[in-house]
Design a protein around this ligand. Structure first.
Ligand SMILES: *[C@@H]1O[C@H](CO)[C@@H](O)[C@H](O)[C@H]1NC(C)=O
Ligand SMILES: *[C@@H]1O[C@H](CO)[C@@H](O)[C@H](O)[C@H]1NC(C)=O
Ligand SMILES: *[C@@H]1O[C@H](CO)[C@@H](O)[C@H](O)[C@H]1NC(C)=O
Length: 340
């Protein structure tokens, strides 16, 4: 209640900070102690690997970002008390800019009748059961974290081992809607990554419709999902109605029409610098469309078209682009068949 730390002589302050226990409650330390040495001790005691470069070079940010990530990654809907999250927000608020959520747990499910139907392992035709499998609602934190700039989310369970069930990897429609609203509400967000979450056309369209005209988003990463041509068209629309500079759609199901839609957006855009369409199925029709977009106009610096069944026609178009001395610096065409 009467903090005196800052009134001490520097040499005394150092001594106090060195002796201060890392077990003190965050309620006390969070807003009183800014000394990086203290937070470094807290981090090293808790995690064996710490890399501040992933946290804006700050130990204090590292501590609070990972602290909050750990709480969310262990949050079990309907079982964990939401106050557990609510209580730490006031301490984390000032120091959390990035959140990388590498797992989200589904609610604990009572064994139900559906389990006996062994035959169905697709996990997709049980639309009626879906609402019971909703995950943590990000709306709860994005409205409270006023500095949040990066959000990475994966709807799945890490290291489930022999307990594997498709249900552990289900991004439900309600998850999708609540995530879309959460991201929309977060006006400071610059980077949004939603990877490996079985995001399909319908879900990506829900998310994108809430990202249109977002005031600060510059990077969107939807790699390793199930996005097809309709989803790609939505991405094209977003490229036109946003400040996006980087788009990553690595490993989806985009074919020529989707690539053409993105190319169309690219040809009218002067912001996008990086586009990754690696491991899709755009084929030469798609490849040529992207090449032609670069011929018209572009600020693109980085282009990845690896593993897309591209052959000579695409290579020819791209060679024209290179002849024109555009801003493009890197083109990756690995795992295609462009021939000699
Ligand atoms: C969107 O498209 C319109 C024309 O179709 C163009 O004038 C505008 O600059 C585009 N905006 C972006 C951000 O690409
Ligand atoms: C294409 O680029 C030129 C200059 O590089 C610019 O003057 C022109 O407005 C651009 N066109 C479009 C459609 O962005
Ligand atoms: C290509 O771009 C470089 C750097 O911008 C410039 O020095 C060079 O003159 C350009 N060459 C042509 C043929 O436009």
């Amino acid at each position: 209640d009467n903090p005196v730390l800052d009134k001490l002589l520097p040499k005394h302050k150092i001594k106090v900070l060195e002796k201060l226990s890392t077990k003190l409650p965050l309620k006390v330390t969070a807003n009183l102690i800014s000394d990086e040495g203290y937070w470094e001790r807290c981090c090293r005691e808790r995690w064996s690997i710490c890399d501040t470069s992933e946290h804006g070079g700050s130990w204090k940010s590292l501590f609070f970002e990972r602290h909050l990530e750990n709480i969310i990654e262990r949050f079990i809907p309907e079982a964990t008390d939401p106050m557990q999250v609510a209580n730490v927000i006031p301490f984390c608020q000032g120091y959390v800019k990035r959140l990388r959520i590498n797992q989200l747990l589904p609610p604990v499910k009572e064994p139900s009748i559906t389990n006996e139907e062994e035959g169905s392992d697709t996990g997709s035709d049980d639309g009626i059961d879906e609402p019971t499998l909703d995950h943590f609602d990000f709306g709860f934190i994005t409205t409270r974290l006023s500095l949040l700039e990066e959000l990475h989310v994966i709807y799945g369970v890490k290291g489930c081992g022999m307990n594997f069930e498709w249900n552990l990897f289900q991004f439900t429609k309600r998850d999708c809607v609540s995530l879309a609203n959460a991201v929309k509400a977060c006006k400071t967000l610059k980077v949004f990554r939603l990877q490996r979450s079985k995001v399909d056309d319908e879900k990506v369209r829900i998310i994108i419709s809430s990202l249109l005209d977002h005031p600060s988003l510059v990077e969107l990463d939807l790699s390793h999902n199930l996005i097809g041509d309709r989803g790609a068209r939505a991405v094209g629309k977003l490229i036109n109605r946003s400040k996006l500079e980087k788009v990553n759609l690595w490993d989806n199901k985009i074919r020529a029409p989707g690539a053409q839609a993105i190319a169309h957006a690219l040809s009218r855009n002067d912001r996008l610098t990086s586009l990754n369409l690696r491991l899709n199925r755009i084929g030469d029709e798609g490849g040529e469309a992207v090449g032609n977009a670069l011929l018209i106009n572009s600020t693109l610096v980085d282009l990845h078209l690896g593993s897309n069944e591209l052959t000579e026609p695409t290579a020819l178009t791209l060679s024209q682009v290179l002849g024109l001395n555009r801003t493009i610096k890197r083109i990756n065409l690995c795992c295609n068949r462009i021939g000699p």
